[in-house]
Design a protein around this ligand. Structure first.
Ligand code: ARG
Length: 585
């Protein structure tokens, strides 16, 4: 609900009490946006639901409410329609006043949260020495957008990269490292072993085909856990190399995230098991320590426990998550913890959330949320792969999007007979190419799978980043053409609304604060994308219908301010999605 709707709701509640007495205090007036703009902007349906209780015709109830309803400063006189709907139409003067307020506000009317709190967004979280795949790309893009929106609402956001930097695979990797780069273990220099992903593959091959190697690898795990200096050194080298590779992607995507990998919680793992033991939740099952869960069964229908310590004494992914959860609550004082991963991990989260709850580790004021997302599919509807069937490297994927947009851009420049510098072309291609990838991902409801298509995401028309960015650039070009100083105009310029397309655009702009608080709650960035897409569409309709530079004063100034406000709304909205704008394209 935006501020206007909120206000109308309160006034309707007061009218209800005035009409039928104090016992009707708190009755929901059922105020919803009108289904058809013909009937106004909002519609209150309470008369229909009260008919039985009051023993009156809904239309009579509606009349009684309207008689007591004072919305004369916001709406046209209310109308009763159909079986007893109360239709409310916002006054143009009211809309103008709201718009002029927003226009003068650097936050564009979006208030900060009433109770800012510490929120943790656990996202991206690739695994060391493995590649960062499209799943991690989704997590990175979605997690970053969520973090940006929460930050903009004034929350104290901790962006955590729960990197997979611990586990038995390191025994194998370190053993292989000793074999092929013995010198790396003794020098203080950074490691350069080339491509870490092929290194991982080779190590795995050795591991799978040589028993002595396997045994050495197991001992190496023990040495790592015991903190043996040379093993630790090798582990650090591997982590650093991975980190450098991940950073290239974060830089390209303009994403900030603080690394706090699984290894960080190592020393806390025995305490987790000990504390679970004390609560009586722990059960020994074939030497493993586990917790039995409600509602989880295996294929045979037998109860499926969560294993927190394996029979060989080792710990699991879930044990680390339990430790990190406690740490985040106790040390970080988080009030909401948001985990952004593929939907395939839904059970993992449901399970360790349940264990933590049973153990009494989750205070009532702490919310745990798994934010799942679907798969990225190729145009053939199967898992997204390169032509040769390999997983696509993220670097290549982003470069490809940039290159493909560049082809479109160069063709268009040629058509338009424009000469642009290499600097311009490369900057615009980079910004739009990356934005296209981000937007294509964010504009889908994250829970569904989506088909990755370079051609669709860079298309100039449709719900795409280029479409929105063109609208932004078009408004800037209006400014250039008319030699307009928008910043100056903002100070005194006032918006007046007359044409239908202006009113439609204005009403849409006023919804921004509601959309952002919705996303703050439900963590669905596609809602913001849809809002921005509609905004661009409504702007284009306005611009087709109304002259701007060619119109007479004072209409000209008003329309220029409306253009500027549209551009600012777009820029803000896109920035919350991690997308930059360009002034010209
Ligand atoms: N490293 C994991 C993966 O690549 C994601 C970690 C998500 N965060 C967490 N706290 N479990 O699948």
């Amino acid at each position: 609900m935006n501020a206007t709707q909120e206000q109308l709701k309160v006034k309707l509640e007061q009218a209800l009490v005035a009409a039928f007495g104090a016992e009707y205090a708190g009755v929901d007036p059922v105020l919803v946006p009108a289904s058809n703009p013909k009937f106004g902007d909002y519609q209150a349906n309470v008369a229909l639901s009260l008919s039985k209780k009051l023993g009156k015709q809904p239309r009579a109830i509606a009349s009684a409410i309207v008689e007591k309803l004072d919305v004369s400063d916001i709406c046209e006189p209310p109308e009763i329609a159909g079986p007893g709907f109360i239709n409310l139409k916002l006054q143009t003067a009211y809309l103008e006043a709201q718009l002029n307020l927003i226009q003068a506000d650097p936050r564009l009317g979006v208030p900060t949260a009433k109770t800012p709190q510490r929120e943790i967004v656990d996202f991206s979280s690739p695994n060391i020495a493995k590649e960062m795949h499209v799943g991690h790309l989704r997590s990175t893009i979605i997690g970053d957008a969520i973090a940006r929106i929460l930050e903009w609402k004034g929350h104290d956001v901790l962006r955590l990269n729960h990197v997979g930097d611990w586990g038995t695979q390191f025994g194998m990797l370190i053993t292989y490292l000793r074999e092929v780069y013995p010198e790396a273990l003794t020098t203080a220099n950074a490691l350069d072993i080339g491509d870490l992903v092929s290194f991982y593959r080779q190590a795995k091959l050795r591991f799978d085909t040589d028993e002595t190697f396997q045994e050495t690898a197991r001992q190496e795990v023990v040495r790592l856990q015991a903190g043996a200096e040379d093993t630790l050194h090798a582990w650090k080298l591997l982590c650093e190399q991975s980190r450098r590779e991940f950073q290239v992607i974060y830089d390209l995507l303009d994403v900030q995230v603080t690394e706090r990998g699984e290894s960080f919680y190592n020393s806390l793992l025995p305490g987790i098991v000990a504390d679970l033991e004390k609560t009586g939740l722990l059960v020994e099952n074939q030497g493993a320590k586990c917790v039995f869960l409600d509602g989880f069964t295996n294929r045979e229908g037998e109860p499926l426990p969560l294993i927190v310590q394996k029979s060989d004494g080792g710990y699991n992914y879930a044990t680390t998550d339990l430790a990190s959860l406690r740490y985040r609550i106790q040390q970080d004082q988080a009030k909401r913890i948001i985990y952004v991963t593929d939907v395939g991990q839904a059970n993992h989260f449901a399970q360790f959330f349940q264990v933590a709850r049973k153990a009494g580790w989750i205070p009532d004021d702490v919310e745990l949320v798994h934010v799942p997302f679907g798969l990225v599919l190729g145009e053939d509807g199967k898992k997204f792969k390169t032509r040769s069937g390999d997983t696509v490297r993220l670097r290549d994927l982003l470069d490809e999007a940039i290159a493909r947009f560049r082809v479109l851009l160069e063709a268009r420049l040629k058509d338009e007979g424009r000469e642009e510098t290499e600097e311009f072309i490369s900057h615009v291609s980079t910004v739009v190419g990356i934005s296209a990838v981000k937007y294509a991902d964010l504009s889908q409801n994250r829970t569904s799978n989506y088909i990755f298509s370079y051609d669709k995401m860079i298309a100039p028309l449709g719900n795409t980043a280029p479409y929105l960015l063109y609208v932004y650039a078009r408004i800037q070009s209006i400014g250039r053409e008319g030699n307009i100083n928008f910043e100056q105009l903002r100070i005194n310029g006032k918006i007046t609304l007359a044409e239908e397309t202006e009113l439609t655009l204005a009403k849409h702009i006023l919804q921004l604060d509601k959309i952002i608080s919705d996303v703050e709650q439900d963590l669905l960035p596609n809602r913001l994308c849809e809002y921005l897409y509609q905004l661009s569409d409504k702007f284009n309709k306005f611009y087709e219908n109304c002259h701007v530079l060619k119109s007479e004063e004072p209409i000209r100034t008003s329309r220029l301010v409306l253009c500027d406000l549209t551009a600012r709304t777009l820029k803000l909205g896109l920035s919350l999605l991690g997308i930059q704008v360009v002034n010209r394209m």
